[in-house]
Design a binder for this molecule. Sequence first.
Ligand SMILES: [Zn+2]
Length: 184
Amino acid sequence: MRSRFLRLLTVIGLMLGSVGLGAALGPAPASAAYGAVKWPASGVITSRVDDRCPGYDNHDGYDIAGNYRSVVSAAYSGSVSYIGYDTGGYGNYVIISHVNGWSTLYAHLDGYVSRMRVGEYFNRGDGIGYMGYTGGVSPPGVGGTHLHFEMLRYNSPQVWNSAGSCGQSVTRGNSIPFDFVGLN
Ligand SMILES: [Zn+2]
């Protein structure tokens, strides 16, 4: 009787133990990289990758429409690798290089923070510039103010459309709900 009781206690203990372990672990995280990249601007998603919200368009990133001159920040830590101007396209744009082949591109900027230069290091969340409507935006002028934002790996735009829906509001500094493998 006594040994059977102990055996029963042991079984209950094991069951409780496995339940406790499961609760502590929770649902398996996609990976350590999930959510490591942050939205670089506050606004509304008006385009995604190859998606004009609605309708197909050859488009390499997300458009986030927000307030003119609102802050645009680094989505992930890294060094500036390129600062350019593209009259009919990107307008003022900058590329920041990260680890494991990743880079991010920020376009149509109105201008940059004063320390912006090639080689400068920005921490994730640091302001890099200001949202604007330089280059080709529709409609032209302040009404077309938005950030064009690309996630690139080995210079190829990546598709990450499950991270946000058309018309969704996003907040600068919040995690992008996506696993960009290699950005932890
Ligand atoms: Zn765009």
